[in-house]
Design a binder for this molecule. Structure first.
Ligand code: 4NP
Length: 147
């Protein structure tokens, strides 16, 4: 079954494009996109160091461009996935009345990784650490969607 899945972070240049890229590499039959709760990087490609770290794992991100999350995304997607609690709060603040689209944390799909958020590598500079969490979680997401 094909799902429509939106990955969301703050800037849409590090974590959510990496999650989209890692997920579509694993499960290309789904319709995916990513967005930022901020509009700071609209139109920008993923951050260079994240593109490089992803590419070293065979994950290409260069076709992606940042956009801002909008209320209409609640109707366009079946599942919206944020990277941290701030993302979830910012997403929920835009939920249209009556909409029931599930909004989840990416880390919910990999409880064994022992964290409730993906630390922002734009600040931590740990791009590989973020990708380790993201790859484990999108594997869990893929398994969840198959079950
Ligand atoms: P992201 O990381 O939310 O994973 O894309 C960030 C990228 C840029 C900024 C913040 C977070 N920024 O402040 O420009």
């Amino acid at each position: 079954m094909t799902h429509r899945i939106l990955f969301v972070c703050l800037g849409n240049i590090c974590r959510s494009p990496a999650a989209e890229g890692a997920f579509r590499a694993r499960a290309p039959h789904h319709a995916t996109d990513s967005a930022g709760t901020s509009g700071w990087h609209i139109g920008d490609p993923p951050y260079g160091p994240m593109q490089m770290a992803a590419l070293s794992r065979g994950i290409k991100l260069d076709d992606l461009r940042a956009r801002q999350f909008v209320p209409a995304d609640f109707d366009r997607f079946d599942l919206i996935i944020g990277m941290d609690a701030d993302n979830l709060a910012d997403i929920e603040a835009l939920r249209p009345a009556g909409n029931e689209t599930p909004v989840r944390l990416l880390t919910d799909f990999a409880p064994h990784i022992g964290t409730d958020h993906v630390p922002d590598p734009y600040y931590t500079r740990d791009f590989d650490g973020a990708l380790d969490l993201i790859e484990a979680a999108v594997e869990g997401l893929d398994t969840h969607l198959r079950s």
